[in-house]
Design a protein around this ligand. Structure first.
Ligand code: G16
Length: 544
């Protein structure tokens, strides 16, 4: 019997959850009591742990296993009745969401800094998902933060480590610890949504060739089990499939810059027909056809337009996208006669809409696509959705995309990221921009005339809550649009994101170079915001 112990501690500054949980440098997390204070704040916020049940797992990054052991002891010290842990401490974010829902727990803790790099000098993170399986809403994260500012101790027990490697049940004091297969429940859920027979007959040896880049992150075991073992894709379809604590030294962000190995393969002479990659914790996805990358905004639109071909999605109640995401999906929703919601950046804003039955599919420009099967975005789900459509239409991904543009027109879209800029400079840039907003309408910038300029605020139609300061929008004639916002997921300095889009209907202009098409808008962004002038940066660090 392990007796609860109270350990005294003092508050740390800055334990404010960002867009997706608390993300900090590992060294910051390694300070004594740092992790415990945050976890205790979570437990206090949900009304204590007495008799409650929790899902626990992470993306396997440096610090994952130790953190799980410490949280298990704390859960016991706080009176939880059961913690369900992924084998080896591994759970992808969508798999954790699936388990919370399936086993009806009171929530879950996911240890991940998502697409941020891992290792002793890199990033760690922790996020709390509520009983619906989704990221805690702002009202809860704000309360967690408030609690961290006054915390003076946490509850734990003195007990040895639990064996995380065997699927088994054991007791820690009176608390049951259930180590569960990390993949099985999630794989079964996906199998219930897609036409696995059609996908399997397409993926069989000697047929359609694809590659999935797990980037040495959490999806390796999931992708191997589903794509290779269940769907029969040849061994080797999954590349970089061994999860590593430092993601093999890479940056597990599935975009054109960081998934360069896959991008090169897809552009090569003998390229596979389809390529995909996922991120650190398995919720993001990037998909590529032969020779071409499919922008996440377009991907959401194509999935919506073709959902009727997928068994689990015969009927859509509605769709949603984050505000900076292009309006490609809006056009499909209009055509289908279903509502399309515009939310702030952050998956947490989709949760209410899904719980209320208002939307079935949703997505973001930041390589996130998902549905109401869980309450997180889901990388492998998106890959299977694409494979299901390709199998049903017997057409390659690139052809499906081109036909989509012919029908709906194309929303050219790019995002330019300026990373690690001085936080004060970034704030003052945004302040200057915000201050100028009332004067912008009607102003000519280069050849473009500003129609509207405002700061995005969101009123949640389900619970009536309001979220302000969610990005600056400047809309020019013909719906051309610039959006500026500061990232809520970085861990050093500030990251400025500039989103840029322009709609094209002319069928002869649908396959032009994105950066060239958007160059006049990008120039307007520079003259309005003075990024180079204020930050000294002449080019973005990442372009997607
Ligand atoms: C998180 C959120 C996403 C968001 C992304 C980028 O993704 O869940 O909703 O779009 O961060 O956010 P920001 O622009 O504030 O950096 P992930 O995959 O990092 O958990």
């Amino acid at each position: 019997m392990a007796n609860s112990i109270r350990v005294a501690s003092a508050p740390f500054d800055g334990q404010k959850p960002g867009t997706s949980g608390l993300r900090k440098k590992v060294r910051e997390f390694m300070q004594p009591h740092y992790l415990e204070n945050f976890v205790q704040a979570v437990f206090d916020t949900i009304g204590g742990g007495q008799g409650k049940r929790l899902v626990l797992g992470g993306d396997g990054r440096f610090g994952n296993r130790q953190a799980i052991q410490r949280i298990l002891r704390m859960a016991c010290g706080n009176g939880f009745s059961e913690v369900i842990v992924g084998q080896g401490g591994i759970l992808s974010t969508p798999a954790a969401s699936c388990l919370i829902r399936k086993y009806g727990t009171d929530g879950g803790l996911i240890l991940s800094a998502s697409h941020n790099p891992g290792g002793p000098d890199e990033d760690f993170g922790i996020k709390f998902n509520s009983a619906n399986g989704g990221p805690a809403p702002e009202s809860i994260t704000a309360e967690i933060h408030r609690r961290t500012m006054s915390i003076d101790g946490y509850m734990t027990v003195d007990a040895p480590d639990i064996d995380l490697d065997e699927v088994a049940e054991s007791l820690l004091g009176e608390m049951r610890v259930t180590v569960i297969d990390s993949v099985a429940d999630y794989a079964a859920l996906l199998e219930s949504l897609f036409d696995f027979d059609a996908i399997a007959s397409m993926l069989g040896p000697g047929r359609f060739k694809m590659r999935f880049d797990a980037m040495h992150a959490v999806t390796g075991p999931y992708a191997r089990a589903i794509l290779e073992e269940r769907l029969g894709a040849p061994e080797g379809t999954v590349m970089n499939g061994e999860p590593r604590e430092d993601f093999g030294g890479g940056h597990p962000d599935p975009n054109l810059t960081h998934a360069a190995e896959l991008v090169e393969l897809m552009n090569g002479d003998e390229s596979p027909a389809f390529g995909a990659a996922s991120d650190g914790d398995g919720d993001r996805n990037m998909v590529l056809g032969r020779g071409g990358y499919i922008n996440p905004c377009d991907s959401l639109a194509v999935l919506t337009a073709n959902a009727h071909l997928v068994p689990g999605y015969a009927r859509l109640s509605g769709v949603a996208r984050s505000m900076p995401t292009s309006r490609a999906v809006d056009r499909v929703a209009e055509h289908l006669g279903i509502p399309c919601y515009e939310t702030p950046t952050g998956w947490k804003y989709f949760g209410n809409l899904m719980d209320d039955g208002r939307i079935t599919l949703c997505g973001e420009e930041s390589f996130g696509t998902g549905s109401n099967h869980v309450r997180e975005k889901d990388g492998l789900w998106a890959v299977l959705f694409w494979l299901n459509i390709i199998a049903a239409r017997t057409q390659p991904a690139g052809a499906i995309l081109r036909e989509h543009w012919q029908q709906y027109g194309r929303d050219y879209f790019t995002r330019h990221d300026y990373e690690g800029i001085d936080a004060e400079v970034a704030t003052s840039l945004m302040d200057q921009l915000t201050t100028s907003l009332p004067t912008l309408a009607g102003r000519t910038v280069g050849d473009l005339v500003v129609e509207t300029a405002d700061e995005f605020a969101y009123d949640d139609p389900v619970d009536g809550s309001r979220s302000e300061g969610q990005g600056v929008r400047i809309v020019f004639e013909h719906g051309r649009r610039l959006v500026f916002r500061l990232s809520g997921t970085g861990t050093s300095g500030a990251t400025l994101r500039l989103y840029c889009e322009s709609y094209e209907r002319d069928p002869t202009k649908l396959e032009l170079d994105t950066q060239r098409v958007l160059a006049p808008l990008l120039e307007a962004a520079e003259s309005l915001a003075g990024i180079a002038r204020l930050t000294g940066r002449v080019a973005p660090d990442v372009i997607t």
